[in-house]
Design a protein around this ligand. Structure first.
Ligand code: FNR
Length: 382
C-alpha cells in the first residue's frame, strides 16, 4: 500500500517495515521474551462481541469523552513512547501535533527525544501529560516534576511496571543500542533505508532530550542503570507530595494493587502490561478490565492499553468499562511509515473507526452505549 491508500494500522505496519531499518522496526514491533503478553493483548480484542441496535437516527455521531475531568474529542490518547525520534526524525512534535489536531491528549515519555519545554512551546493547546520513571537518583526525578509543572503539563503518568528491564529478545539479537551507533550491521541497514538514513545523519542527533546522561548502550542496560528497582507505594506518596496536578499510575495488573493506589488518592490507573514489553505470560489488560472497573468503581478512573489497532478496539474497551484508552504502537507504525503524515493517517484510521463503529452500533454518543451492547465473548453475549 501507499500512505494515502493505507486502510488499516496493519497497512501502516507493513509500510513501516519497508521504510525503517530492521533494528528500529523491531524495537517498536517486538515485545519481551516469547512475546506471549503482546500476542494476548492483540488477540484479546478478537473475542469481543458487539450487539448493535438498529433503526436509530445516527446521522450525526459525537465521540466526545471526558477524562480526568476535562473533554477529549475521542476516548483515546497517544501513549508515552521512548526515543521517538529514532523511529522518524519528526519525532514527538509530530505525534503531539496530530494529537492536538485530533483534540486528544498525549503523554511525553521521560526517555523522549523532545523536551517538555519544546513540546509546550510548540503546542500550547495540546493536553500534555508527562510520563515519569523514578530514577535511582531522586534529584532528576524531582527536576522532571518541576519542569513538567513549569511547562504546564496537566498530569504525571507514573509508570510502575519497569523495576528492571524486560528481555526484548529481538533487540538483543539485533544488537540495538540507544542511541543507535555505527556498526557494519547498522551501515548495511542504513544503506537499505536511504531516506531514514539521510534524515538520521543530517538532522540533529537523536539523544535523550530531557536529561544529560552521556549514556550509550542497550536499552536494557540503560533501564537497569538509571531506573530505581526499590520503588514502592511510599514513593507514589512521595510523588503525590511533590505534584499538585493529576496523577495516573500506569502498569497495574491486580485488583489489590489498584485498591491500594485508589486509597493513596491517585486520579487514574492504567491496566497495562506495557504492550507486552516487560513481564511475559501476563493476562491481556482487556481481560482484566471489567472486574477491575467493577471493584474500583468511582474511586479512581480505570484506563486500559495494549493491543489497540483499530477504532472498533477503542469502542470495545470503552464498552467493557474503560474510562480511557491509550494507543502506542498504532501511531508509531504511522510515524515510521511516513513521519507526521503517517501519524495523521494512523489518527484518522482510529478516529474514523470510532465514529463508524458508534453509528453501526446505533449510538450517537457514548451516553447511549448500554452495558449489554458490548460483551467480552460470544458466550457472554448470548
Ligand atoms: C512503550 N511504552 C512506554 N511506556 C512508558 O510508560 N514509557 C515509555 O518510555 C515507553 N516506551 C515505549 C516504547 C515503545 C516503542 C513502545 C511500543 C511502547 C508502552 C506504551 O506506553 C503503552 O503502554 C503500550 O505501547 C501499549 O500497547 P500497544 O498500544 O503498543 O499495543
Amino acid at each position: 500500500p501507499t500512505l494515502d491508500r493505507a486502510a488499516t494500522i496493519d497497512d501502516l505496519r507493513r509500510l513501516a517495515k519497508l521504510r525503517t531499518p530492521r533494528p528500529v522496526f523491531d524495537y517498536v514491533d517486538g515485545a519481551a521474551e516469547a512475546e506471549r503478553s503482546m500476542l494476548r493483548n492483540e488477540g484479546s480484542f478478537a473475542d469481543v462481541v458487539f450487539r448493535p441496535h438498529v433503526l436509530r437516527d445516527v446521522s450525526s455521531v459525537d465521540p466526545t469523552w471526558t477524562v480526568l475531568g476535562s473533554p477529549s474529542a475521542l476516548p483515546f490518547g497517544f501513549a508515552p513512547t521512548g526515543f521517538t525520534r529514532m523511529m522518524h526524525t519528526d519525532g514527538e512534535l509530530a505525534v503531539g501535533r496530530v494529537a492536538a489536531s485530533l483534540g486528544i491528549p498525549y503523554g511525553l515519555s521521560t526517555v523522549g527525544t523532545t523536551t517538555p519545554e519544546e513540546l509546550a512551546a510548540e503546542l500550547p493547546h495540546l493536553r500534555r501529560w508527562f510520563q515519569l520513571y523514578v530514577w535511582r537518583d531522586r534529584g532528576p526525578t524531582r527536576a522532571f516534576v518541576e519542569r513538567a509543572r513549569e511547562a504546564g503539563f496537566e498530569a504525571l503518568i507514573l509508570t510502575v511496571d519497569v523495576p528492571v528491564a524486560g528481555a526484548r529478545m529481538r533487540d538483543v539479537r539485533n544488537g540495538l543500542t540507544l542511541p543507535p551507533t555505527p556498526s557494519l550491521r547498522t551501515f548495511l541497514q542504513g544503506a537499505l533505508h536511504p531516506a531514514w538514513s539521510r534524515d538520521f545523519l543530517t538532522k540533529p542527533p537523536v539523544r535523550f532530550a530531557s536529561l544529560e546522561t552521556g549514556f550509550e548502550g542497550t536499552a536494557g542496560s540503560f533501564i537497569d542503570r538509571m531506573f530505581d528497582p526499590t520503588v514502592t507505594f511510599d514513593d507514589i506518596e512521595w510523588v503525590r507530595s511533590l505534584w499538585s496536578g493529576k496523577i495516573v499510575v500506569k502498569g497495574v495488573q491486580r485488583i489489590d494493587d489498584a485498591e491500594r493506589l485508589a486509597a493513596i488518592g491517585v486520579d487514574a490507573i492504567v491496566v497495562s502490561n506495557h504492550g507486552g514489553r516487560q513481564l511475559d505470560r501476563t493476562l491481556a489488560p482487556l481481560a482484566l478490565l471489567p472486574i477491575v472497573r467493577e471493584r474500583l468503581d468511582g474511586r479512581v478512573e480505570v484506563w486500559v492499553d495494549g493491543g489497540v489497532r483499530a477504532g472498533s478496539d477503542v469502542v470495545a474497551a470503552i464498552g467493557l468499562g474503560a474510562q480511557f484508552v491509550l494507543v502506542g504502537r498504532a501511531y508509531l507504525y504511522g510515524l515510521m511509515a511516513g513521519g507526521e503524515r503517517g501519524v495523521a493517517v494512523a489518527g484518522r484510521i482510529l478516529a474514523d473507526g470510532v465514529t463508524r463503529t458508534m453509528a453501526l452500533l446505533g449510538i450517537r454518543s457514548f451516553d447511549e452505549l448500554e452495558s449489554d451492547m458490548v460483551a467480552p465473548s460470544r458466550e457472554a453475549a448470548l
